[in-house]
Design a protein around this ligand. Structure first.
Ligand code: FES
Length: 168
């Protein structure tokens, strides 16, 4: 049954599932985002470490994920970390679920919500980073990141509430 259902996935999705990139935990992360889907029970946690690029912009210098979930959930988490790594926080905030699905070469329609979950976890990690900064230094960047995160959260709410704040 399990192996039969694997036929529904692209080769890229299976590669990301079988050999996920950036799986694990970051000690002393600068931001953590956790989301879950109460319908399927899947949970995702994204950790980020923030640095500065040559232009002195804040960027994701390291990112890792822990996911308890389906093939699409693990693959979406993995590709999301690949898409976000070394991007500025502003760029990473704008990553869409369509980019995640495209990065996997497509997902079965009933599994697209898994990509939204991964996107939400990333946005929450970025938001968490901003929430820890002194208000004055984060104000403008924070509002732009929150605007992007709200878009992803709204899409995710259609499919289920988040588990933010609960122990993983
Ligand atoms: S089935 Fe729940 S995130 Fe994939």
């Amino acid at each position: 049954m399990f192996w039969k259902s694997m036929n529904n996935y692209t080769k890229r999705t299976l590669n990301q599932f079988l050999k996920p990139k950036n799986r694990g935990k970051i000690n002393n992360p600068d931001g953590v985002g956790m989301v879950g889907n109460p319908v399927c029970g899947d949970l995702m946690k994204v950790y980020i470490k923030v640095g500065k690029n040559k232009k002195r912009e804040e960027m994701i210098k390291d990112i890792k994920f822990e996911t308890l979930g389906c093939v699409a959930a693990v693959a979406s988490s993995s590709i999301t970390t690949e898409l976000a790594k070394n991007k500025t926080l502003k760029q990473a905030s704008k990553i869409t679920k369509d980019e995640i699905v495209k990065g996997l070469g497509g997902l079965p329609r009933e599994k697209v919500h898994c990509s939204i979950l991964a996107n939400q976890a990333l946005k929450k990690a970025i938001d968490d980073y901003y929430s820890k900064l002194p208000a004055s230094s984060a104000a403008s960047a924070k509002s732009s990141a929150r605007a992007s995160a709200k878009t992803a959260s709204a899409a995710g709410r259609k499919r289920g509430r988040s588990y933010a704040g609960k122990a993983f």
